[in-house]
Design a protein around this ligand. Structure first.
Ligand SMILES: C[S@@+](CC[C@H](N)C(=O)[O-])C[C@H]1O[C@@H](n2cnc3c(N)ncnc32)[C@H](O)[C@@H]1O
Length: 237
C-alpha cells in the first residue's frame, strides 16, 4: 500500500514551491509566470470579479460533494463535526479570499455557536472588506506558488481562485502543496479546475498514489459549476 510521507507543512511547501519553480524553468515559463502574477495583482486592485461569494455561495459549490462523500451537510457542518471530534480550534485557509465574505460569515457563525476558529485568507492583493478585516484571523498577501505554509488546516478551500487561475503546468504541484498542509482527516475543496478528463484522472491517480482520498465530483445542477467545472475533494487519511 502506498503510504503518505509525514511532512511538516513548511517542508512540504518548500518542496513543492521548488518543484513549481523547476517546472516553470524547464518550460521556459518563469518570466511569463512572474508577469502574469503581477498583472493579476494589478487587476485585483479594481476588484473586477463577476461575483463576491459568501458562505451560502461556497456551500452551493460544495454541499452536494460533501454529502456524496458523507463528510457533512455543508461546510460548517463538516467543520463542526471535526471540532466535536478533535476539540481543537477549527482552522481554515481560503485560497483566494477576495473580499473575505465567506470567512467573515463562517467566523460569525462559529462565534455564535462558541466554536473556536482560526480563519485565514490568501490573496494577491488586500481586498478584504472592513468587516472581513475585523473578523478574519490572518491574511497572507502573496501568491500561492510562493506561500510558505507554517501550519496545517482542517479545511483549505479554493473557489475559482488561486489554483484555478494558475498556469496548467503548476496546478498539480500546487494541489499537492496544499494537500500536504491538511490535518489528518482534513479536506481540500476546489471548484473550477479547467482540465481535460485525462488530466483530471492523472491528478486524482497521483493524489491517491500519495495516500490521499481524491474525487472529482460533477455537479451539473450547481449554478456555479457546469460540466467543465467539476469540484475536486481531497481528504488526508
Ligand atoms: C475572483 S476573486 C474570488 C474571491 C472568492 N474566492 C469568491 O469566490 O468570491 C480571486 C481571488 O483569488 C486570488 N488569487 C488569484 N490568483 C492567485 C494566486 N496565484 N495566488 C494567491 N491568490 C490568488 C485573488 O487575489 C483574489 O483574492
Amino acid at each position: 500500500m502506498p503510504r503518505i510521507t509525514p511532512r511538516s507543512p513548511i517542508k512540504a511547501s518548500n518542496h513543492f514551491s521548488r518543484l513549481i519553480k523547476s517546472v516553470l524553468d524547464k518550460r521556459h515559463e518563469t518570466a511569463s509566470h512572474k508577469t502574469y502574477l503581477k498583472t493579476m495583482a494589478e487587476k485585483d486592485k479594481f476588484q473586477e470579479w463577476p461575483v463576491k461569494r459568501n458562505l451560502q455561495e461556497y456551500n452551493d459549490c460544495f454541499s452536494i460533494a460533501l454529502q456524496k462523500l458523507r463528510l457533512g451537510r455543508d461546510i460548517p457542518d463538516y467543520l463542526k463535526r471535526r471540532y466535536l471530534r478533535t476539540k481543537e480550534p477549527v482552522t481554515v485557509l481560503d485560497l483566494g479570499g477576495g473580499a473575505g465574505y465567506f470567512l467573515a460569515d463562517l467566523k460569525k457563525l462559529f462565534n455564535s455557536q462558541q466554536i473556536p476558529s482560526k480563519l485565514e485568507s490568501l490573496s494577491l492583493y488586500d481586498n478584504l472588506s472592513p468587516e472581513s478585516q475585523r473578523l478574519i484571523d490572518k491574511k497572507h498577501i502573496i501568491s500561492a506558488s510562493e506561500q510558505k505554509l507554517t501550519k496545517k488546516y482542517d479545511l483549505i478551500v479554493d473557489v475559482f481562485s488561486a489554483i484555478n487561475f494558475e498556469f496548467d503546468s503548476v496546478k498539480k504541484n500546487l494541489i499537492l502543496k496544499y494537500s500536504y498542509s491538511l490535518k489528518k482527516g482534513g479536506t481540500l475543496l476546489l471548484a473550477g479546475i479547467y482540465k481535460s478528463p485525462e488530466s483530471k484522472n492523472n491528478i486524482s491517480a497521483h493524489l491517491r498514489k500519495q495516500g490521499f482520498i481524491a474525487e472529482f465530483i460533477d455537479q451539473i445542477d450547481n449554478p456555479f459549476v457546469n460540466d467543465k467545472k467539476t469540484v475536486l475533494v481531497i481528504t488526508r487519511k
